[in-house]
Design a protein around this ligand. Structure first.
Ligand code: AHR
Length: 483
């Protein structure tokens, strides 16, 4: 089958923020993994786990959403500043009722961002926090001159303001963030955003409203109608559940039947329909596409690993997760005209993670390698294609700096596929070709065998007479760059 790429058609720019991450105060998502504290035996820089940060730096995390999630609507930021011994110990009521000592707070978050080279995406507490509390947090973080909160920041050791790029006002306000109706939430959003201080007039903080849960189109319609003019982005949450329901068993991360491979692929592809339909509603209120769709929670959600705290959402990550990542990233790129940011849940140890840790050990998951292989698409121009795509194959293509990058995923459990690309008249050579694949449906990395599923050089790419032929094994993700 041949796909003709249409490089002469100028596509939208693929925002680098589509490759965003999310870390919540949840289980081992931050404590003991990303953040180990300065006094830890685990090698660290200012408390941040060196190996973990080094691995994440290689995938150039563009933005990190924090502190939740559901945790955000119980988080009182003042608990997390000042000398660590004085910080309030609270109960994390959403995630296992464990003690939260608030040792990772605003200063630690910005230290982590600095080490990663990532931008900030803070989610405010509008569920149990006041307008004043939110406004003062932004003052604390971003006020350059004299003010009570800026002075408090200085007292705590930080002279200059930080940059807050994105700011979420509400998380799942239709559920755990307040059980609000969309009409009510729209008014709450309007109120809170009114008091969001914008000290840097040249670089205003980008405001993200709480958007729909999955296919709640009425939520999108209502929020766009009543609050659309006051927001820059509206979020969407959609998780890939093998069984498609939030019932008792979601399905296991490993050792699952082949039927759950298939249903997982089907559920992952559903993201395309959700974005298309929500974007169509947005088009009615915002035909110029000023407002973006922000998919700030996505990824697989399985049963927790046996013997782990059910509130910690700890799951293994297999070649199946890699397929889900590729399918979703291809969809986000296809919708680059609306989708400006996406944040996979979550970066370390929670749900569909990039990294798993155990003590001082860490491993990179198959999902990590997909993010690694897709890096060239960041801020590139989307290239559209026409032609038949084989069943169970999805691809995306983009151009940047005279290079064309194609990422393609054959998520068939058994069948290999050969795919050809034409429309490559100005391209002379394959400069890089990588593959991630595995022999079994649940192949994964363990601390004993951390390199079981890793990215490798791909030998199945052949450019002849301006036609690129790719021989794709089953269960594979391939990225090829040409120039
Ligand atoms: O990512 C885990 C949780 O899923 C988040 O806290 C919440 O927003 C969502 O329900």
């Amino acid at each position: 089958m041949t796909i003709e790429l249409l490089p002469q058609k100028n596509g939208p720019q693929i925002s680098k923020y589509i490759y965003g991450q999310f870390s919540e105060h949840l289980g081992n998502g931050i404590y003991g993994s990303l953040y180990v504290g300065k006094d830890s035996d685990i090698p660290n820089v200012n408390g941040m786990h060196t190996d973990v940060v080094d691995a994440l730096k290689k995938i150039h995390v563009p933005v990190l959403r924090w502190p939740g999630g559901l945790f955000a609507d119980t988080y009182h930021w003042m608990d997390g500043i000042g000398p660590k011994d004085n910080r309030k110990k609270i109960v994390n009521t959403n995630w296992g009722d464990v003690t939260e000592n608030n040792h990772f707070g605003t200063h630690e978050y910005f230290e982590l961002l600095k080490q990663l080279g990532a931008d900030a995406y803070i989610n405010a507490n509008i569920g149990s926090g006041t307008v004043q509390e939110m406004a003062e947090w932004v003052e604390y973080m971003t006020m350059p001159g004299e003010s009570p909160m800026a002075n408090l920041r200085r007292q705590n050791g930080r002279e200059n303001p930080w940059k807050v790029k994105f700011f979420g006002i509400g998380n799942e306000s239709w559920g755990g963030g307040g059980n609000m109706r969309p009409e009510y939430y729209s008014d709450v959003y309007r109120q809170y955003q009114t008091f969001l201080p914008q000290y840097d007039k040249d670089h205003p903080i980008y405001k993200v409203a709480c958007g729909p849960n999955e296919d709640d189109y009425n939520w999108t319609d209502t929020v766009m109608k009543y609050a659309g003019q006051y927001l820059d982005g509206i979020s969407l949450h959609y998780y890939t559940l093998p069984k498609g329901t939030w019932g008792q068993s979601k399905g296991d991360a490993t050792g699952f039947p082949e039927s759950e491979w298939d249903s997982t692929m089907t559920r992952a592809k559903h993201m395309d329909e959700l974005i298309t339909k929500h974007a169509t509603i947005m088009d009615r209120y915002d035909p110029d596409k000023r407002v973006n769709l922000i998919v700030d929670e996505w990824g697989t959600w399985f049963n927790v690993e046996k013997g782990t705290n059910p509130g910690f959402l700890h799951q293994q990550n297999t070649i199946r997760d890699a397929m889900v990542a590729a399918i979703n990233l291809n969809i986000f790129q296809k919708h680059a005209d609306r989708v400006y940011m996406a944040n996979i849940a979550q970066m370390v140890n929670v749900l569909q993670a990039m990294i798993l840790t155990k003590g001082d050990q860490m491993l990179k998951t198959p999902t990590y390698y997909v993010f690694d292989m897709y890096q060239k698409h960041m801020n590139a121009e989307l290239v559209e294609g026409v032609g038949d795509v084989p069943e169970n194959v999805t691809y995306t293509a983009s151009r940047k700096n005279g290079e064309l990058t194609i990422s393609i995923c054959n998520y068939d459990a058994h069948e290999n596929q050969t795919v050809e690309f034409s429309g490559l008249a100005d391209l002379k050579e394959v400069t890089s070709a990588k593959i991630l694949t595995a022999g079994t449906l649940d192949a994964h990395n363990t601390f004993e065998n951390p390199d079981n599923v890793v990215e490798a050089d791909f030998k199945g790419a052949h450019l002849n007479d301006h036609q690129l032929q790719l021989a794709l094994p089953s269960k594979s993700v391939v990225t090829v760059t040409l120039k």
